[in-house]
Design a protein around this ligand. Structure first.
Ligand code: FAD
Length: 456
Protein backbone atom coordinates (compact mmCIF):
# COMPACT_ATOMS: atom_id res chain seq x y z
CA UNK A 1 0.00 0.00 0.00
CA UNK A 2 1.23 3.49 -0.82
CA UNK A 3 2.38 5.85 1.93
CA UNK A 4 -0.27 8.02 3.59
CA UNK A 5 -0.76 11.58 2.49
CA UNK A 6 -0.04 14.09 5.28
CA UNK A 7 -3.34 15.93 4.76
CA UNK A 8 -6.65 14.71 6.22
CA UNK A 9 -8.66 12.39 3.97
CA UNK A 10 -11.55 13.84 1.96
CA UNK A 11 -14.84 12.57 3.41
CA UNK A 12 -17.35 11.26 0.90
CA UNK A 13 -20.50 9.18 1.05
CA UNK A 14 -19.71 6.98 -1.95
CA UNK A 15 -16.58 6.70 -4.04
CA UNK A 16 -16.99 5.22 -7.51
CA UNK A 17 -13.83 3.86 -9.14
CA UNK A 18 -13.62 4.02 -12.95
CA UNK A 19 -14.75 6.59 -15.51
CA UNK A 20 -16.03 4.19 -18.17
CA UNK A 21 -19.72 3.66 -18.85
CA UNK A 22 -19.93 1.31 -15.83
CA UNK A 23 -18.66 3.84 -13.26
CA UNK A 24 -20.54 6.75 -14.84
CA UNK A 25 -23.81 4.80 -14.76
CA UNK A 26 -23.32 3.81 -11.12
CA UNK A 27 -22.52 7.43 -10.20
CA UNK A 28 -25.46 8.73 -12.28
CA UNK A 29 -27.84 6.39 -10.44
CA UNK A 30 -26.43 7.38 -7.03
CA UNK A 31 -26.60 11.17 -7.54
CA UNK A 32 -30.27 10.72 -8.53
CA UNK A 33 -31.09 8.39 -5.65
CA UNK A 34 -29.13 10.26 -2.91
CA UNK A 35 -29.28 13.96 -3.82
CA UNK A 36 -27.80 15.07 -0.49
CA UNK A 37 -24.90 12.62 -0.44
CA UNK A 38 -21.37 13.50 -1.59
CA UNK A 39 -20.70 11.15 -4.54
CA UNK A 40 -17.23 11.24 -6.12
CA UNK A 41 -16.03 9.33 -9.19
CA UNK A 42 -12.29 8.67 -9.63
CA UNK A 43 -10.68 7.98 -13.01
CA UNK A 44 -6.94 7.36 -13.36
CA UNK A 45 -6.67 8.70 -16.93
CA UNK A 46 -6.73 12.40 -17.83
CA UNK A 47 -9.95 11.78 -19.83
CA UNK A 48 -13.08 9.75 -19.14
CA UNK A 49 -14.06 6.74 -21.26
CA UNK A 50 -10.64 5.68 -22.53
CA UNK A 51 -11.06 1.97 -21.62
CA UNK A 52 -13.36 -0.55 -23.28
CA UNK A 53 -16.13 2.05 -23.38
CA UNK A 54 -14.31 4.20 -25.96
CA UNK A 55 -16.09 4.32 -29.33
CA UNK A 56 -13.26 2.61 -31.20
CA UNK A 57 -12.85 -0.16 -28.58
CA UNK A 58 -16.23 -1.89 -29.03
CA UNK A 59 -18.78 -2.66 -31.75
CA UNK A 60 -21.14 0.10 -30.64
CA UNK A 61 -24.42 -1.79 -31.01
CA UNK A 62 -27.38 -1.40 -28.69
CA UNK A 63 -28.04 -5.11 -28.11
CA UNK A 64 -31.64 -6.19 -28.28
CA UNK A 65 -31.59 -8.96 -25.67
CA UNK A 66 -31.70 -11.76 -28.26
CA UNK A 67 -28.54 -13.30 -26.83
CA UNK A 68 -29.51 -13.33 -23.11
CA UNK A 69 -31.68 -15.85 -21.24
CA UNK A 70 -34.90 -14.14 -20.05
CA UNK A 71 -34.95 -13.67 -16.30
CA UNK A 72 -31.16 -13.40 -16.02
CA UNK A 73 -29.76 -10.25 -14.41
CA UNK A 74 -28.00 -9.54 -17.71
CA UNK A 75 -31.23 -9.73 -19.74
CA UNK A 76 -33.07 -7.50 -17.25
CA UNK A 77 -30.29 -4.86 -17.22
CA UNK A 78 -29.82 -5.03 -21.01
CA UNK A 79 -33.56 -4.68 -21.55
CA UNK A 80 -33.82 -1.60 -19.34
CA UNK A 81 -30.53 -0.15 -20.59
CA UNK A 82 -31.43 -0.66 -24.26
CA UNK A 83 -34.58 1.45 -23.96
CA UNK A 84 -32.98 4.05 -21.70
CA UNK A 85 -29.93 4.52 -23.95
CA UNK A 86 -32.13 5.04 -27.02
CA UNK A 87 -34.20 7.72 -25.22
CA UNK A 88 -31.07 9.30 -23.76
CA UNK A 89 -29.79 9.98 -27.31
CA UNK A 90 -33.01 11.90 -28.06
CA UNK A 91 -32.90 13.74 -24.75
CA UNK A 92 -29.31 14.93 -25.33
CA UNK A 93 -29.67 15.64 -29.06
CA UNK A 94 -27.36 12.79 -30.10
CA UNK A 95 -28.12 10.74 -33.15
CA UNK A 96 -28.09 6.97 -32.81
CA UNK A 97 -28.02 5.20 -36.17
CA UNK A 98 -31.17 3.14 -36.59
CA UNK A 99 -29.65 0.30 -38.57
CA UNK A 100 -31.58 -2.78 -37.42
CA UNK A 101 -29.87 -6.10 -36.96
CA UNK A 102 -29.91 -9.33 -38.98
CA UNK A 103 -28.63 -12.50 -37.34
CA UNK A 104 -27.88 -14.47 -40.48
CA UNK A 105 -27.90 -18.28 -40.70
CA UNK A 106 -24.72 -18.97 -42.65
CA UNK A 107 -23.94 -22.53 -41.54
CA UNK A 108 -25.88 -25.77 -41.04
CA UNK A 109 -27.47 -25.84 -37.60
CA UNK A 110 -27.89 -22.05 -37.38
CA UNK A 111 -31.70 -22.29 -37.78
CA UNK A 112 -32.11 -23.70 -34.26
CA UNK A 113 -30.05 -20.79 -32.87
CA UNK A 114 -32.22 -18.26 -34.73
CA UNK A 115 -35.32 -19.75 -33.11
CA UNK A 116 -33.71 -19.56 -29.68
CA UNK A 117 -32.69 -15.91 -30.24
CA UNK A 118 -36.17 -15.05 -31.51
CA UNK A 119 -37.81 -16.45 -28.36
CA UNK A 120 -35.31 -14.65 -26.13
CA UNK A 121 -35.67 -11.31 -27.96
CA UNK A 122 -39.48 -11.39 -27.66
CA UNK A 123 -39.36 -12.49 -24.02
CA UNK A 124 -36.88 -9.68 -23.32
CA UNK A 125 -39.30 -7.05 -24.62
CA UNK A 126 -38.52 -6.59 -28.32
CA UNK A 127 -41.69 -5.73 -30.23
CA UNK A 128 -40.56 -7.38 -33.46
CA UNK A 129 -38.21 -10.34 -33.94
CA UNK A 130 -39.04 -12.07 -37.23
CA UNK A 131 -37.34 -14.96 -38.94
CA UNK A 132 -37.37 -13.98 -42.62
CA UNK A 133 -36.19 -15.66 -45.80
CA UNK A 134 -32.90 -14.57 -47.34
CA UNK A 135 -34.81 -13.06 -50.31
CA UNK A 136 -36.98 -10.93 -48.05
CA UNK A 137 -33.95 -9.73 -46.06
CA UNK A 138 -32.12 -8.79 -49.28
CA UNK A 139 -35.15 -7.10 -50.76
CA UNK A 140 -36.13 -5.05 -47.69
CA UNK A 141 -33.11 -4.59 -45.45
CA UNK A 142 -29.69 -5.50 -46.83
CA UNK A 143 -29.40 -5.70 -50.64
CA UNK A 144 -25.71 -6.68 -50.42
CA UNK A 145 -26.41 -9.78 -48.27
CA UNK A 146 -25.01 -13.00 -49.76
CA UNK A 147 -27.38 -15.13 -51.84
CA UNK A 148 -26.18 -18.13 -49.76
CA UNK A 149 -28.06 -16.75 -46.74
CA UNK A 150 -31.43 -18.48 -46.84
CA UNK A 151 -32.82 -17.13 -43.57
CA UNK A 152 -32.10 -14.67 -40.78
CA UNK A 153 -33.60 -13.11 -37.66
CA UNK A 154 -34.63 -9.49 -38.29
CA UNK A 155 -34.48 -7.19 -35.22
CA UNK A 156 -35.57 -3.72 -36.38
CA UNK A 157 -35.01 -1.94 -33.06
CA UNK A 158 -31.20 -2.31 -33.00
CA UNK A 159 -29.22 0.93 -33.20
CA UNK A 160 -25.58 2.07 -33.13
CA UNK A 161 -24.91 4.27 -30.11
CA UNK A 162 -22.64 7.33 -29.86
CA UNK A 163 -20.29 5.98 -27.17
CA UNK A 164 -18.14 9.07 -26.70
CA UNK A 165 -21.17 11.39 -26.75
CA UNK A 166 -22.94 9.29 -24.09
CA UNK A 167 -19.84 9.34 -21.84
CA UNK A 168 -19.62 13.15 -21.99
CA UNK A 169 -23.37 13.62 -21.48
CA UNK A 170 -23.39 11.30 -18.44
CA UNK A 171 -20.46 13.21 -16.92
CA UNK A 172 -22.40 16.47 -17.44
CA UNK A 173 -25.45 14.99 -15.68
CA UNK A 174 -23.41 13.81 -12.70
CA UNK A 175 -21.79 17.21 -12.23
CA UNK A 176 -25.06 19.11 -12.63
CA UNK A 177 -26.68 16.90 -9.98
CA UNK A 178 -23.94 17.68 -7.47
CA UNK A 179 -21.57 14.75 -8.02
CA UNK A 180 -17.83 15.25 -8.47
CA UNK A 181 -15.57 13.68 -11.10
CA UNK A 182 -11.84 13.56 -10.53
CA UNK A 183 -9.65 12.46 -13.42
CA UNK A 184 -5.91 11.64 -13.00
CA UNK A 185 -6.90 10.02 -9.68
CA UNK A 186 -5.66 6.46 -9.52
CA UNK A 187 -6.96 4.10 -6.83
CA UNK A 188 -3.91 2.52 -5.17
CA UNK A 189 -5.16 0.77 -2.03
CA UNK A 190 -7.80 0.55 0.65
CA UNK A 191 -8.26 -0.41 4.29
CA UNK A 192 -11.35 -0.83 6.41
CA UNK A 193 -11.68 1.33 9.53
CA UNK A 194 -14.63 2.07 11.82
CA UNK A 195 -15.63 5.18 9.83
CA UNK A 196 -15.66 3.38 6.48
CA UNK A 197 -13.12 2.67 3.74
CA UNK A 198 -9.87 4.61 3.77
CA UNK A 199 -8.86 4.77 0.11
CA UNK A 200 -5.39 5.80 -1.05
CA UNK A 201 -4.93 7.39 -4.46
CA UNK A 202 -1.99 9.01 -6.23
CA UNK A 203 -3.53 12.34 -5.16
CA UNK A 204 -4.31 11.80 -1.48
CA UNK A 205 -6.74 9.85 0.66
CA UNK A 206 -10.53 9.57 0.72
CA UNK A 207 -12.68 8.28 3.55
CA UNK A 208 -15.78 6.75 2.02
CA UNK A 209 -18.79 5.10 3.61
CA UNK A 210 -19.18 3.01 0.45
CA UNK A 211 -17.02 2.19 -2.55
CA UNK A 212 -18.29 0.99 -5.94
CA UNK A 213 -15.56 -0.60 -8.04
CA UNK A 214 -16.20 -0.31 -11.79
CA UNK A 215 -12.56 -0.45 -12.90
CA UNK A 216 -13.29 -2.66 -15.94
CA UNK A 217 -10.40 -5.02 -16.69
CA UNK A 218 -8.79 -4.00 -13.35
CA UNK A 219 -11.83 -4.67 -11.15
CA UNK A 220 -10.62 -8.03 -9.75
CA UNK A 221 -7.35 -6.50 -8.54
CA UNK A 222 -9.16 -3.72 -6.74
CA UNK A 223 -11.64 -6.20 -5.17
CA UNK A 224 -8.71 -8.25 -3.88
CA UNK A 225 -7.23 -5.19 -2.21
CA UNK A 226 -10.49 -4.63 -0.32
CA UNK A 227 -10.72 -8.27 0.71
CA UNK A 228 -7.12 -8.79 1.66
CA UNK A 229 -5.89 -5.58 3.27
CA UNK A 230 -7.90 -5.21 6.41
CA UNK A 231 -6.35 -4.41 9.76
CA UNK A 232 -7.47 -5.20 13.27
CA UNK A 233 -8.70 -2.54 15.71
CA UNK A 234 -5.27 -1.33 16.79
CA UNK A 235 -4.42 -0.90 13.12
CA UNK A 236 -1.61 -3.44 12.93
CA UNK A 237 -2.48 -7.04 12.20
CA UNK A 238 -3.77 -7.95 8.78
CA UNK A 239 -6.82 -10.15 8.88
CA UNK A 240 -8.97 -11.47 6.11
CA UNK A 241 -12.72 -11.06 6.22
CA UNK A 242 -13.64 -12.10 2.70
CA UNK A 243 -12.27 -14.89 0.59
CA UNK A 244 -14.85 -14.18 -2.08
CA UNK A 245 -12.76 -11.67 -3.99
CA UNK A 246 -10.02 -14.27 -4.35
CA UNK A 247 -12.37 -16.67 -6.10
CA UNK A 248 -12.70 -14.84 -9.39
CA UNK A 249 -10.36 -13.24 -11.82
CA UNK A 250 -10.55 -11.12 -14.95
CA UNK A 251 -8.89 -12.43 -18.06
CA UNK A 252 -8.24 -9.80 -20.67
CA UNK A 253 -9.39 -10.95 -24.12
CA UNK A 254 -8.70 -8.82 -27.19
CA UNK A 255 -11.24 -8.16 -29.94
CA UNK A 256 -9.93 -6.63 -33.20
CA UNK A 257 -11.67 -5.23 -36.23
CA UNK A 258 -10.78 -4.47 -39.84
CA UNK A 259 -12.30 -1.79 -42.07
CA UNK A 260 -13.05 -1.85 -45.79
CA UNK A 261 -10.82 0.63 -47.60
CA UNK A 262 -13.65 2.09 -49.61
CA UNK A 263 -17.19 3.35 -49.13
CA UNK A 264 -19.98 0.80 -49.68
CA UNK A 265 -23.73 0.92 -49.19
CA UNK A 266 -23.86 -1.62 -46.32
CA UNK A 267 -26.87 -0.57 -44.25
CA UNK A 268 -27.52 -3.13 -41.54
CA UNK A 269 -25.67 -4.65 -38.56
CA UNK A 270 -25.31 -8.26 -39.73
CA UNK A 271 -24.13 -10.83 -37.20
CA UNK A 272 -23.52 -14.54 -37.46
CA UNK A 273 -24.86 -16.53 -34.49
CA UNK A 274 -22.53 -17.22 -31.55
CA UNK A 275 -22.06 -20.95 -32.10
CA UNK A 276 -19.27 -21.73 -29.71
CA UNK A 277 -18.71 -19.05 -27.03
CA UNK A 278 -16.41 -17.31 -26.19
CA UNK A 279 -15.77 -17.30 -29.97
CA UNK A 280 -18.04 -14.96 -31.89
CA UNK A 281 -19.50 -15.17 -35.35
CA UNK A 282 -18.34 -12.42 -37.69
CA UNK A 283 -20.16 -9.05 -37.54
CA UNK A 284 -20.34 -6.82 -40.63
CA UNK A 285 -21.25 -3.28 -39.61
CA UNK A 286 -22.09 0.00 -41.38
CA UNK A 287 -19.27 2.44 -40.60
CA UNK A 288 -19.86 6.09 -39.65
CA UNK A 289 -17.67 7.18 -42.56
CA UNK A 290 -19.53 4.94 -45.03
CA UNK A 291 -16.79 2.28 -44.88
CA UNK A 292 -18.15 -0.98 -43.40
CA UNK A 293 -16.12 -2.63 -40.64
CA UNK A 294 -15.89 -6.28 -39.59
CA UNK A 295 -14.89 -8.18 -36.50
CA UNK A 296 -14.20 -8.84 -33.71
CA UNK A 297 -11.91 -11.81 -33.28
CA UNK A 298 -11.33 -13.31 -29.81
CA UNK A 299 -7.68 -13.51 -28.81
CA UNK A 300 -5.79 -13.58 -25.52
CA UNK A 301 -4.33 -10.27 -24.45
CA UNK A 302 -1.09 -10.02 -22.49
CA UNK A 303 -2.18 -6.59 -21.23
CA UNK A 304 -5.31 -5.30 -19.53
CA UNK A 305 -5.14 -2.09 -21.51
CA UNK A 306 -3.87 -1.20 -24.91
CA UNK A 307 -0.21 -0.15 -25.17
CA UNK A 308 0.33 3.49 -24.39
CA UNK A 309 -3.14 3.88 -22.95
CA UNK A 310 -2.06 4.11 -19.33
CA UNK A 311 -0.79 7.63 -19.85
CA UNK A 312 -1.12 8.87 -16.28
CA UNK A 313 1.48 6.46 -14.97
CA UNK A 314 3.66 4.84 -17.65
CA UNK A 315 4.77 1.38 -16.58
CA UNK A 316 8.35 0.20 -16.61
CA UNK A 317 9.36 -2.82 -18.67
CA UNK A 318 9.66 -5.11 -15.62
CA UNK A 319 6.13 -4.22 -14.49
CA UNK A 320 4.78 -4.80 -17.97
CA UNK A 321 6.46 -8.21 -18.22
CA UNK A 322 5.11 -9.18 -14.78
CA UNK A 323 1.66 -8.03 -15.79
CA UNK A 324 1.80 -9.89 -19.10
CA UNK A 325 2.84 -13.11 -17.31
CA UNK A 326 0.09 -12.66 -14.75
CA UNK A 327 -2.50 -12.09 -17.44
CA UNK A 328 -1.42 -15.08 -19.49
CA UNK A 329 -0.74 -17.68 -16.80
CA UNK A 330 -2.40 -16.11 -13.75
CA UNK A 331 0.43 -15.94 -11.17
CA UNK A 332 -0.84 -17.32 -7.80
CA UNK A 333 -0.73 -14.69 -5.00
CA UNK A 334 -0.59 -17.03 -2.04
CA UNK A 335 -0.16 -20.68 -1.08
CA UNK A 336 -3.95 -20.81 -0.72
CA UNK A 337 -4.19 -19.87 -4.40
CA UNK A 338 -1.90 -22.77 -5.29
CA UNK A 339 -4.07 -25.37 -3.61
CA UNK A 340 -7.34 -24.36 -5.20
CA UNK A 341 -8.64 -25.31 -8.61
CA UNK A 342 -7.21 -23.10 -11.30
CA UNK A 343 -3.88 -22.03 -9.84
CA UNK A 344 -2.98 -21.05 -13.40
CA UNK A 345 -6.52 -20.27 -14.52
CA UNK A 346 -5.69 -17.99 -17.39
CA UNK A 347 -3.31 -20.44 -18.98
CA UNK A 348 -5.88 -23.21 -18.60
CA UNK A 349 -8.55 -21.06 -20.19
CA UNK A 350 -6.33 -19.96 -23.06
CA UNK A 351 -5.15 -23.53 -23.66
CA UNK A 352 -8.77 -24.71 -23.78
CA UNK A 353 -9.44 -21.96 -26.28
CA UNK A 354 -6.39 -22.80 -28.35
CA UNK A 355 -7.05 -26.55 -28.52
CA UNK A 356 -10.68 -26.27 -29.64
CA UNK A 357 -11.08 -26.25 -33.42
CA UNK A 358 -12.54 -22.75 -33.22
CA UNK A 359 -9.66 -21.67 -31.00
CA UNK A 360 -7.04 -22.75 -33.51
CA UNK A 361 -8.94 -20.94 -36.26
CA UNK A 362 -9.08 -17.87 -34.01
CA UNK A 363 -5.29 -17.88 -33.47
CA UNK A 364 -4.84 -18.04 -37.23
CA UNK A 365 -7.41 -15.30 -37.71
CA UNK A 366 -5.64 -12.97 -35.28
CA UNK A 367 -2.30 -13.47 -37.04
CA UNK A 368 -3.85 -12.80 -40.46
CA UNK A 369 -6.68 -10.42 -39.67
CA UNK A 370 -7.20 -8.94 -43.14
CA UNK A 371 -6.96 -12.28 -44.99
CA UNK A 372 -9.16 -14.13 -42.48
CA UNK A 373 -11.87 -11.51 -42.32
CA UNK A 374 -11.83 -11.18 -46.12
CA UNK A 375 -12.62 -14.92 -46.21
CA UNK A 376 -15.14 -14.89 -43.34
CA UNK A 377 -17.22 -12.03 -44.69
CA UNK A 378 -17.70 -13.92 -47.96
CA UNK A 379 -20.27 -15.95 -46.02
CA UNK A 380 -22.36 -12.82 -45.52
CA UNK A 381 -21.65 -10.54 -48.51
CA UNK A 382 -22.75 -11.01 -52.13
CA UNK A 383 -19.47 -10.93 -54.13
CA UNK A 384 -21.30 -9.77 -57.30
CA UNK A 385 -22.40 -6.63 -55.48
CA UNK A 386 -19.41 -6.05 -53.21
CA UNK A 387 -16.15 -7.65 -54.30
CA UNK A 388 -13.79 -8.18 -51.37
CA UNK A 389 -10.12 -9.13 -51.34
CA UNK A 390 -7.51 -9.18 -48.64
CA UNK A 391 -5.99 -5.92 -49.89
CA UNK A 392 -9.34 -4.20 -49.40
CA UNK A 393 -9.06 -4.26 -45.60
CA UNK A 394 -7.03 -2.26 -43.07
CA UNK A 395 -6.73 -3.04 -39.37
CA UNK A 396 -9.13 -0.63 -37.70
CA UNK A 397 -9.22 -0.88 -33.93
CA UNK A 398 -9.33 -3.27 -31.02
CA UNK A 399 -10.75 -3.39 -27.51
CA UNK A 400 -9.98 -5.48 -24.44
CA UNK A 401 -12.88 -7.57 -23.18
CA UNK A 402 -13.00 -8.32 -19.44
CA UNK A 403 -13.78 -12.03 -19.33
CA UNK A 404 -14.39 -13.09 -15.73
CA UNK A 405 -13.59 -16.62 -14.58
CA UNK A 406 -14.77 -18.40 -11.43
CA UNK A 407 -11.58 -19.87 -9.96
CA UNK A 408 -13.46 -22.54 -8.02
CA UNK A 409 -15.14 -24.09 -11.06
CA UNK A 410 -12.92 -22.82 -13.87
CA UNK A 411 -16.08 -21.59 -15.64
CA UNK A 412 -16.43 -18.28 -17.43
CA UNK A 413 -19.09 -16.08 -15.74
CA UNK A 414 -22.05 -15.62 -18.09
CA UNK A 415 -24.49 -13.52 -16.06
CA UNK A 416 -23.90 -10.20 -14.30
CA UNK A 417 -22.17 -10.72 -10.95
CA UNK A 418 -21.02 -8.50 -8.10
CA UNK A 419 -18.81 -8.96 -5.06
CA UNK A 420 -20.13 -7.17 -1.99
CA UNK A 421 -17.76 -6.89 0.97
CA UNK A 422 -19.22 -5.59 4.23
CA UNK A 423 -16.83 -3.56 6.37
CA UNK A 424 -15.90 -5.71 9.39
CA UNK A 425 -16.01 -2.67 11.70
CA UNK A 426 -19.09 -1.01 10.24
CA UNK A 427 -21.90 -3.19 8.87
CA UNK A 428 -23.47 -0.24 7.00
CA UNK A 429 -20.36 0.33 4.94
CA UNK A 430 -19.96 -1.63 1.68
CA UNK A 431 -17.33 -2.24 -0.98
CA UNK A 432 -19.06 -3.42 -4.15
CA UNK A 433 -17.18 -4.69 -7.19
CA UNK A 434 -18.50 -5.30 -10.69
CA UNK A 435 -17.32 -8.86 -11.46
CA UNK A 436 -18.61 -8.88 -15.03
CA UNK A 437 -17.70 -5.70 -16.92
CA UNK A 438 -18.09 -7.56 -20.25
CA UNK A 439 -20.69 -7.34 -23.02
CA UNK A 440 -23.29 -5.86 -23.25
CA UNK A 441 -21.95 -3.45 -20.64
CA UNK A 442 -22.66 -0.36 -22.72
CA UNK A 443 -26.22 -1.25 -23.65
CA UNK A 444 -27.02 -2.46 -20.14
CA UNK A 445 -25.34 0.56 -18.50
CA UNK A 446 -28.15 2.20 -16.53
CA UNK A 447 -29.89 -1.07 -15.62
CA UNK A 448 -26.59 -2.46 -14.44
CA UNK A 449 -25.80 0.71 -12.46
CA UNK A 450 -29.08 0.32 -10.54
CA UNK A 451 -28.49 -3.38 -9.91
CA UNK A 452 -24.91 -2.78 -8.77
CA UNK A 453 -25.75 0.01 -6.31
CA UNK A 454 -29.03 -1.50 -5.06
CA UNK A 455 -27.82 -1.85 -1.42
CA UNK A 456 -26.37 1.71 -1.14
C1 FAD B 1 -14.55 -5.96 -28.81
C2 FAD B 1 -15.70 -5.52 -27.94
C3 FAD B 1 -16.96 -5.27 -28.50
C4 FAD B 1 -18.01 -4.86 -27.69
N1 FAD B 1 -19.22 -4.53 -28.28
C5 FAD B 1 -20.25 -4.09 -27.52
C6 FAD B 1 -21.49 -3.70 -28.12
O1 FAD B 1 -21.63 -3.72 -29.34
N2 FAD B 1 -22.48 -3.28 -27.29
C7 FAD B 1 -22.36 -3.23 -25.92
O2 FAD B 1 -23.30 -2.86 -25.24
N3 FAD B 1 -21.19 -3.58 -25.33
C8 FAD B 1 -20.14 -4.00 -26.10
N4 FAD B 1 -18.95 -4.35 -25.51
C9 FAD B 1 -18.84 -4.30 -24.04
C10 FAD B 1 -18.69 -2.89 -23.51
O3 FAD B 1 -17.84 -2.14 -24.34
C11 FAD B 1 -18.14 -2.98 -22.08
O4 FAD B 1 -18.97 -3.86 -21.33
C12 FAD B 1 -18.12 -1.63 -21.37
O5 FAD B 1 -17.52 -0.64 -22.17
C13 FAD B 1 -17.34 -1.77 -20.05
O6 FAD B 1 -17.37 -0.54 -19.38
P1 FAD B 1 -16.62 -0.34 -18.00
O7 FAD B 1 -16.90 1.02 -17.55
O8 FAD B 1 -16.99 -1.47 -17.10
O9 FAD B 1 -15.08 -0.56 -18.34
P2 FAD B 1 -14.06 0.51 -18.99
O10 FAD B 1 -14.70 1.28 -20.08
O11 FAD B 1 -12.82 -0.25 -19.35
O12 FAD B 1 -13.78 1.52 -17.81
C14 FAD B 1 -13.01 1.20 -16.67
C15 FAD B 1 -12.35 2.48 -16.23
O13 FAD B 1 -11.69 2.27 -14.98
C16 FAD B 1 -10.49 3.02 -15.00
N5 FAD B 1 -9.60 2.46 -13.97
C17 FAD B 1 -8.98 1.24 -13.97
N6 FAD B 1 -8.19 1.09 -12.89
C18 FAD B 1 -8.33 2.26 -12.18
C19 FAD B 1 -7.74 2.71 -10.95
N7 FAD B 1 -6.87 1.98 -10.27
N8 FAD B 1 -8.10 3.94 -10.49
C20 FAD B 1 -8.98 4.73 -11.19
N9 FAD B 1 -9.54 4.34 -12.36
C21 FAD B 1 -9.22 3.12 -12.85
C22 FAD B 1 -9.98 2.83 -16.42
O14 FAD B 1 -9.01 3.80 -16.78
C23 FAD B 1 -11.27 2.95 -17.21
O15 FAD B 1 -11.56 4.28 -17.58
C24 FAD B 1 -17.84 -4.74 -26.29
C25 FAD B 1 -16.59 -4.99 -25.73
C26 FAD B 1 -15.51 -5.36 -26.54
C27 FAD B 1 -14.17 -5.59 -25.94
Amino acid sequence: MASHSPSAPTNVDTLVIGGGIGGLSAARVLVGKKPDAHIVLLEKEPELGQGTSRADHNTGTGHTGAFYPPGSAKATAANEGFKWLRQYHDEKGMEPREVGKIIAASQPGDSALLQKYQKQALANGQKVASILSGDELREKYEPLLSRNITEGLWLPEAYLFDANGVIQAMAGDIRSLGGEIKTKHKFLGVRAIAEGWLVTTNQGEFLAKNVVNCAGTHSDRIARMAAGHLVDEDGKVEIEISRGARDWKIMPVMGSYVELNRVADWRTAVYEPTRNPPFLGVHVMPGVNGKPFMGPDVFFSPLRERFGQETSEPQGLAKRIHEALDNVIGIPRSTADLTRHGAVPNLQFYLNMATKADGRAEVWKHLNLDESFAKDVQRLVNPDKLELHRVDFSPLRSGIRAQAIDLLTGEVLQDLAKEEIINHYNPNSRFISDKMPGSPGFTASIGKGKWLTHSI
